[in-house]
Design a protein around this ligand. Structure first.
Ligand SMILES: [Zn+2]
Length: 252
């Protein structure tokens, strides 16, 4: 029987048993398990992990645990790390892209509302989600920790909140998405990019009252749906202001 000390940092503590949160805790093990397997057995999928330290040195997931090891586990998306990067660059390094599990349809629509590339289908298989995430370089958002344990998944986030607006706030905060947001540039229904169209070319497709009032219309490049500013959009603007404009106090 071997013993090791494990400590989880930042948001990873949401995933482990209360007695292991924000402190050193001891684990016992038989043989020499891979560090990845030990960490996952404590509740943290490898997709959420950026950095593993053994006795202060960075190691790979597959390394074997030894008696007396001290393991420190850091999350992939440390808000302050990303903020440091964005301080020296006007725009984020990469355009963040997402694939969401079948239960997160509202969140997908909210991400699209912010102009973020969010792929979603109602009933995808776990295998498809993992494959799409890996093949297309999309961050997998899910409420299923088991899905993030699949070996294909390298960038995943377990969404803690259950309310869609709270979920949006959580994802925007953890991944520092406020600067990447381009509201009203993407179709809520199909994730297609919206393109400006000449008003005269679409007049016949607009309801009469809208035709008199709007000055700008956009069309989805995917499903061809038309978008214009209206009361629906006013409500969304308020939601966007709440989510992008008001960081919650007391969050780390
Ligand atoms: Zn569309």
């Amino acid at each position: 029987m071997g013993r090791a000390t494990v400590r989880f940092y930042a948001e990873l503590n949401d995933l482990v048993a209360p007695e292991r949160r924000f402190r050193d805790s001891e684990v016992e093990f038989d043989g020499s398990p891979a560090v990845k397997d030990l960490i996952e057995s404590l509740g943290v999928p490898h997709g959420e992990i950026e950095l593993l330290l053994r006795n202060g040195r960075s190691i790979a997931f597959g390394e074997r645990l030894r008696d007396g090891d001290r393991i420190a586990v850091y999350p992939k998306f440390e808000a302050f790390d990303v903020a440091t990067l964005s301080a020296v660059r006007a725009t984020p390094l990469r355009e963040p892209r997402f694939v969401l599990d079948g239960h997160l349809g509202r969140l997908a629509a909210y991400l699209r509302m912010l102009g973020l590339d969010a792929r979603w289908e109602a009933q995808p298989s776990d295998a498809d989600l993992a494959r799409i995430s890996a093949d297309e370089g999309r961050i997998l958002l899910t409420r299923d920790v088991g899905l993030l344990k699949r070996s294909q998944v390298t960038h995943g986030l377990f969404v803690r909140a259950t309310d869609p607006e709270e979920q949006l706030r959580e994802v925007v905060e953890r991944l520092q998405l406020a600067r990447a947001a381009r509201p009203f540039t993407r179709c809520l229904r199909c994730n297609g990019v919206l393109e400006s169209v000449e008003l005269t070319t679409v007049e016949s497709e607009l309801p009469p009252k809208v035709r008199e009032r709007v000055r700008e219309v956009r069309r989805c490049s995917g499903c061809r749906k038309l978008y214009w500013a209206g009361t629906h959009r006013d409500r969304m603007s308020l939601l966007i202001e709440r989510v992008l404009g008001l960081p919650r106090p007391g969050r780390r």
